[in-house]
Structures are given as C-alpha cells and as structure tokens.
Design a binder for this molecule. Structure first.
Ligand SMILES: Cc1cc2nc3c(=O)[nH]c(=O)nc-3n(C[C@H](O)[C@H](O)[C@H](O)COP(=O)(O)O)c2cc1C
Length: 199
C-alpha cells in the first residue's frame, strides 16, 4: 500500500439479519482514515437496500455499471465480509462466484477478513465447520462469533445464541489487519506465463 493515501476498505455485506448493524459499523469505521466502499449481495440488497445505504456510503451491487469485480478487487487493500452468511461462507470456501461480492473476493489477492453471522446450530454444522477450516487453510481470517442474547425468528423470543463481536472490537480488528496484512497472498498455482508477466 502507498503510505500516503488512506487505506481502501471494501465491506462486503450479505443477507444476514446482522446487516442491521452495518450502518453503526460503518459509522465507527469513520474514526479511522479510510476510503470505504460497500458491495452488497443481491440478498443483502433486499435486507438493506443499496439505495438506502448509498446515502451513507458508496455502495455497489450486482448489475451496477461501473467498477466490476476485478477493478473492485484491485481497488481494495482489505476486503471485509461482514456480516457473512453460511451461504456466502460456502461460496468463498468453494471458489463459487455467483455475484459481485463473491467474484470480487475470488479475484482479491489478499487475505479476506470474514465475520460470520448465523444461528448457533448452523455455525456448529459439519458443513460450516468444513468451510471455516478450508478458508483458514487458504489463509483467510475468520472472526469467531461470541455468546450473545439474540432475537430468534423461529421462536419469536430473545434466546442465548451467538453473534459477531461488538462493533468496537470489529473496528480494532480492521485496524490490526490494515497494520499487518496488506501484502498480496502468494499465488502458488499461477502458471509460468502469468508469473513472468508479474501476476
Ligand atoms: C430474516 C432472515 C434472516 C436471516 N439471517 C441469516 C443469518 O443471520 N445468517 C445466515 O447464514 N443466513 C441467514 N438467512 C438466510 C440467508 O438470507 C440466505 O441463506 C441467503 O441465501 C443468503 O444469501 P447471500 O449469502 O448471498 O447474501 C436469513 C434469512 C432470513 C429470511
């Protein structure tokens, strides 16, 4: 990263109810000197419409003219997936790229910072455990959910569950990532022609 410009952080938000915390998170990030953009999955766009979020911050989603996934992936010094659903976690673990966020993540050459948000039973499921392990093996950073009282739509009550850590902790994690983790990841599998081209 060029030390003179602000770090560029792309926040990728997905279709979790925890997206309701996103405006507060973005507000808290303003205490750090950053260039910020948000990319929404199509489901996230239904939870918190891009047209609303765009009043607070530059926001892109599928079908928007403009940046495109490769340009967006190169723009970002850090891609934070927050909140990250089980569905997007699976896409990221498997290299599936059905939307602008996941295709940007696939093209991004630095470790992702992933903040999962899901029901405790989903988080404990063998499939999610496998996906978490795969993403960690690939060098990405996952923030463990913490115990919390959460609203459960299934029972209509407040129940003991899990949630992403408090916003101040997430901001501290973003700052730590920006201090230590801006070097591109090695691309062992890049072929000779691309290696010679400096890819
Ligand atoms: C009200 C509601 C809340 C949801 N919250 C979550 C959640 O917190 N975590 C999760 O993994 N999925 C949650 N889902 C399911 C996701 O929206 C669904 O898996 C969707 O396909 C995710 O798409 P995306 O990851 O591409 O944004 C929720 C669904 C609804 C209707």
């Amino acid at each position: 990263m060029n030390g003179k410009r602000p770090a560029r952080v792309l926040v990728g938000a997905t279709g979790s109810i925890a997206i309701l915390q996103l405006p507060a998170f973005l507000g808290a990030l303003r205490s750090v000197r950053l260039d910020l953009k948000v990319v929404l999955t199509p489901t996230a766009d239904r939870f918190l419409p891009a047209a609303t979020l765009a009043h607070l911050i530059e926001t892109v989603t599928d079908g928007d003219p403009g940046d495109g996934h490769v340009r967006l992936s190169r723009w970002a010094d850090l891609l934070v997936v927050l909140p990250c659903t089980a569905h997007t976690l699976s896409n990221l673990a498997h290299g599936a790229a059905p939307n602008l966020l996941t295709s940007t993540a696939l093209a991004h050459r630095r470790p992702l910072l992933i903040v999962p948000a899901m029901n405790a039973d989903m988080w404990a499921s063998p499939a999610v455990r496998r996906n978490v392990a795969t993403l960690r093996e690939d060098g990405h950073h996952l923030v463990e959910p913490v115990a919390a009282q959460v609203y459960e739509a299934a029972s209509g009550g407040i129940v003991p569950g899990i949630a992403p850590p408090p916003i101040e902790e997430l901001v501290a994690t973003v700052k730590a990532e920006l201090r230590g983790r801006l070097a591109p990841m090695p691309r062992e599998c890049v072929g000779p022609a691309l290696r010679e081209a400096g890819a």
